[in-house]
Design a protein around this ligand. Structure first.
Ligand SMILES: C[S@@+](CC[C@H](N)C(=O)[O-])C[C@H]1O[C@@H](n2cnc3c(N)ncnc32)[C@H](O)[C@@H]1O
Length: 340
């Protein structure tokens, strides 16, 4: 299979490279903006879970415009380092830590943010229930840190998996925002349970004190929230967004998109720095991985192989096959590209 085959199968991957975005996810934020006009009047924005940085690129291009607006401040937070971007301050940190919230506020010189976005995704385990649960926890961590930094009336946008406990999540978001909408950009595949919550007009309950050790989604998963009805059940509007003429992310397109423009392969604009899968790649490339219980050959080389359980080795191979979310990424361990 040639390197252009992914360009055929994933039109947004191809367009991201051609337009210089670090990940195809950029189109998701752009299409959400088309529907919700997210950037109007925004001068302080936070991008949570930002690496490799395509959402920060969108914020930078949209908020700073051609001439860098002087009063615009953008902060990007991720566990991983990412290559610099114009007008974006990076914090390499954990969104679950209060120190990260304090650092954001310091950068804004004590002023609250107008907009917080989060495209966060934990590393996948492959067990869907567990992955959905962890994603929900990450969303709540994002909500928690947002409650420290967002101004009243501000907007919060975050990735959500529409799994079985999504109603509980919606109810919790609705405690903090006057309006909560679930939106599916056209660049997010229909086959994926990924969507985005667009939470507008931040209005925390009277007397609410932001607290990082306050996991809203407690462990009462037995309570059947989805069965609630009447005024107890909060139904979130669902919106498909992005121009209807936009490309369909589930379709395969020919390389020659129109008669006038000849197809040329474009390289990814920016590979991630020190991604978490780097060690796995190194071990595999150097044939330092072996299956537990596989017939051990007698050569001394095999002695130095790191014994990984068979399922882990399979998962490294599986991970290597995936190149979905980031054009700069040859292998990625994030759940977004699995589900999306
Ligand atoms: C799908 S990627 C984000 C892609 C990004 N929005 C873009 O457009 O380039 C998910 C990111 O979430 C980050 N992440 C996961 N848990 C985190 C945490 N607790 N704190 C900070 N970042 C986290 C991962 O490191 C990963 O880079």
């Amino acid at each position: 299979m040639g390197r252009s085959s992914k360009d055929k199968r994933d039109i947004y991957y191809r367009l991201a490279k051609e337009e210089g975005w670090r990940a195809r996810s950029a189109f998701k934020l752009l299409q959400l903006d088309q529907e919700f006009n997210l950037f109007t009047g925004v001068s302080r924005a936070v991008d949570l879970c930002a690496a490799p940085g395509s959402w920060s690129q969108v914020l930078s291009r949209k908020l700073r415009g051609d001439e860098a607006a002087k009063n615009v401040k953008i902060v990007a937070v991720d566990l991983q380092a990412m290559a610099p971007l114009p007008g974006v301050t990076q914090i390499q940190g954990d969104i679950t830590k209060v120190s990260t919230a304090q650092e954001i506020i310091r950068h804004f010189e004590g002023q609250p943010a107008d907009l917080v976005v989060c495209d966060g995704a934990p590393d996948v385990t492959g067990l869907h229930d567990v992955d959905e649960y962890i994603q929900a926890q990450l969303l709540l961590a994002a909500l928690n840190i947002t409650s420290h930094v967002l101004k009243p009336g501000g907007t919060f946008v975050a990735k959500i998996f529409r799994g079985k406990d999504v109603t509980l999540l919606y109810s919790q978001l609705k405690i903090f925002f006057c309006s909560v909408t679930c939106a599916k950009p056209r660049s997010s595949r229909n086959s994926s349970i990924e969507s985005f919550v667009v939470c507008q007009r931040y209005c925390p309950p009277d007397g609410y004190v932001p607290n990082m050790s306050n996991p809203l989604l407690d462990h009462c998963y037995d309570v059947d929230f989805n069965q609630l009805d009447g005024p107890n059940r909060f139904i979130v509007p669902f919106l498909a967004c992005g121009d209807l003429s936009a490309f369909d992310s589930d379709r395969t397109y020919p390389l020659q998109l129109d008669a006038d423009t000849e197809y040329r392969y474009t390289h990814p604009p920016q590979p991630p720095i020190c991604p978490s899968y780097q060690q796995a790649c190194h071990l595999r490339k150097n044939n330092l991985l072996s299956k537990e219980g596989a017939a051990v050959n007698t050569s001394s080389q095999s002695q130095s192989k790191r014994q990984l359980p068979a399922k882990d080795l399979d998962s490294v191979k599986e991970t290597e096959k995936r190149t979905e979310s980031s054009p700069g990424v040859q292998i990625t361990g994030s759940s977004s590209d699995l589900k999306d």
